[in-house]
Design a protein around this ligand. Structure first.
Ligand code: CMC
Length: 426
């Protein structure tokens, strides 16, 4: 690398590639000029590729740092709340008191969904996975809100963002109520964001119980801790879908689909399923051995991260919240004891140490959600609810500057051209 240029030698040719410097973080080699050589880079899984420029979130995986618009996640989790964090992600700055009041009121004005959207649910089996229903109903929003679909109009983009953040708790709770066969609850705008979600989840028209402030606070913190995480698989999916000009509701539905997998947002559900499978502290060693066995596809769910090679800072806050919630609610959960023992054994195991595999955010969030009374199948829906603001902030950022349709190339290793063979000769 010479000055701020990198040199690449291909045969007898030398290509000079600019080196871009961010505010913090490693320099990035700009390979766009390579197209003039007729060659491409090869990077499956984007291990060495920055797919975009962004000002929203910064992660230093080696040191366990996560910043939203420069603010550390620990400070936001402790001193802020979810809607304030949403404002920060969407607008770049923390709101003043007046801006915050207007934003909260704006969100509250959009919490209801079109009445006809309810009919959509009837097309799903009651035992459908909640994420399957979420993909469908969030995508369906684009069939209802035609007045905010012009992606080239900043005002439309703004309204779509507000609508999505406002309606996700309503839709998530509707999905849950549908699975139970209970009446869906309307949102209540006298409650705050997390309280309202818990009200729609757990109350019924014939019995409205007050929401515990401890539980509401924990719920809000879970939302803050999941609000954004840079260019992960689902956010990159939202950007890719958005780069073709697709409408925001369709893009978020794509993000929900990408989040569902157990290597990503589906891990919080998978952690609890795994703890159930382990069953007892005496079985931990056996499962840890399975996780280390390269011939066995089993992995310890809730461990490891593509970017964090140190403790996930969200997991630290989540563990603290987990302790608070369990002691406030007086819950003595044997699954938590099992989780703590598993963490201890895995963290002292050379295999996990050498590979820097620490518990991630999903390891503890499942235990808190379970303590709150949220069923396992809803865990990833809650992740999707909270991450919607991150997805839509990235989508808005991309659309507000110059961008190109995302279109990766490939290393083709299939057949060369060959002639068609008729069926009787095959
Ligand atoms: N259990 C056992 N071994 C593991 C685990 C695990 N949970 N995670 C990684 N490894 C091993 C992996 O087999 C590999 O070993 P080797 O070098 O001998 O081949 C090494 O550690 C490096 O892992 P990798 O698979 O190359 O790492 P990656 O960056 O491709 O994958 C990951 C990251 C999160 C997909 C993976 O760690 C994993 O599947 N973890 C379990 C699922 C999980 O908890 N996901 C939630 C992630 S945090 C929330 C979110 O982003 O949605």
């Amino acid at each position: 690398m010479a000055d701020n240029k990198a040199q690449l030698h291909i045969g007898d040719k030398t290509v000079e590639l600019p080196v871009l410097t961010g505010t913090v973080g490693p320099d990035v080699i700009d390979v766009r000029g390579l197209t003039s050589t007729g060659r491409f880079t090869f990077d499956p899984g984007f291990m060495s590729t920055a797919s975009c420029e962004s000002k929203i979130t910064y992660i230093d995986g080696d040191n366990g740092i996560l910043l939203h618009r420069g603010y550390p996640i620990e400070q936001l989790a402790e001193k802020s709340d979810y809607l304030e964090t949403c404002y920060l992600l969407l607008n770049g700055e923390l709101p003043n008191a007046d801006q915050k009041a207007k934003f909260v009121s704006n969100i509250k004005n959009h919490t209801m969904v079109h009445e006809q959207l309810k009919n959509f649910f009837n097309g799903f089996r009651r035992d459908a996975h909640p994420m399957a229903v979420m993909c469908g109903v969030v995508g369906a929003l684009s069939a209802f809100y035609h007045d905010s679909l012009d992606i080239n109009d900043p005002q439309h983009r703004e309204i779509s963002a507000i609508r999505l953040v406002a309606k996700m708790p309503t839709l998530a709770a509707m999905v849950y109520k549908y699975s139970l066969g209970q009446p869906m609850m309307y949102p209540r705008n006298d409650l705050d964001y997390a309280e309202n979600f818990l009200h729609m989840m757990f109350n019924t028209p014939c019995e409205v119980k007050p929401i515990s402030p401890v539980v509401a606070k924990a719920m809000d913190r879970i939302f803050v801790l999941h609000a954004d995480h840079e260019q992960n698989a689902s956010t990159s999916t939202v950007r890719l879908a958005g780069s073709s000009g697709a409408n925001p509701f369709a893009c978020i539905a794509a993000g929900i689909a990408a989040l569902w997998g157990p290597a990503h947002g589906g891990a919080n559900e998978a952690v609890l399923t795994m703890l159930d499978e382990i069953g007892d502290v005496s079985n931990i060693e056996k499962f840890v051995a399975k996780a280390k066995d390269k011939n066995d596809p089993f992995k310890l769910m809730g461990f490891g991260h593509r970017v964090y090679k140190n403790f996930d800072p969200r997991a630290k806050v989540m563990k603290q919240t987990c302790d608070e919630v369990l002691s406030e609610l007086g819950i003595n959960d044997p699954q938590l004891e099992l989780a703590m023992k598993l963490e201890e054994i895995a963290r002292n195991d050379p295999y996990f140490k050498e590979r820097n595999l620490y518990p991630n955010v999903d390891f503890y969030s499942g235990i808190i959600l379970k303590a709150i009374g949220i069923p396992t199948s809803m865990f990833t829906v809650i992740f999707a609810l909270a991450r919607t603001v991150g997805w839509i902030s990235h989508w808005k950022e991309m659309l507000s500057g110059p961008y190109k349709i995302g279109r990766p190339r490939q290393l083709y290793t299939g057949y060369e051209k060959r002639d068609f063979v008729s069926v009787e000769k095959r």
